[in-house]
Design a protein. Structure first.
Length: 146
């Protein structure tokens, strides 16, 4: 079967293609479109240094209070926990958002993101702490690997 070439259908399809291309290009807008970022993750207003300072000390105090809650010797344990708790509060303070600061300082609530920041900061601040030696029982010496 041999296909015959029909010039009328070719001209018609060429004409339709030409009209569509002219129409589509004529509808373009000369003004540049503003690209809206669909994932705009802004943190809102900045937190002032005064609020950060208040947050740091209040969070450190709360951390120490939580750690010595069930302690037998509260005075010694308080001194022992002040430095790590202040380190944790300082590390959290660096990425503190206005919403987190408001919820913690005004509403006295701990947000989930604040709890996650606490876990990360606690890991960072406590990872290099020297571990206490295990007692030598029955005359055996424990090897400490460093």
């Amino acid at each position: 079967m041999k296909k015959s070439f029909k010039p009328n259908s070719f001209i018609f399809s060429l004409l339709v293609s030409f009209v569509l291309s002219i129409t589509l290009t004529a509808c373009s807008d000369d003004e540049p479109k503003i690209d809206h970022n669909s994932f705009d993750h802004t943190h809102g207003a900045e937190v002032s240094d005064l609020e950060k300072h208040k947050f740091e000390h209040k969070f450190a105090e709360q951390c120490v209070a939580r750690e010595i809650k069930n302690s037998v010797n509260k005075d010694i344990d308080k001194k022992r926990f002040e430095k790590p708790c202040l380190c944790i509060a300082t590390r959290i303070m660096k990425n503190l958002t206005a919403v987190e600061a408001k919820k913690f300082l005004v509403e006295q609530k701990n947000t989930q993101s604040l709890k996650m920041s606490f876990d990360e900061a606690a890991y960072f601040c406590l990872k290099d702490k020297t571990k206490q030696k295990a007692p030598a029982l029955f005359g055996k010496k424990n090897k400490v690997s460093q």
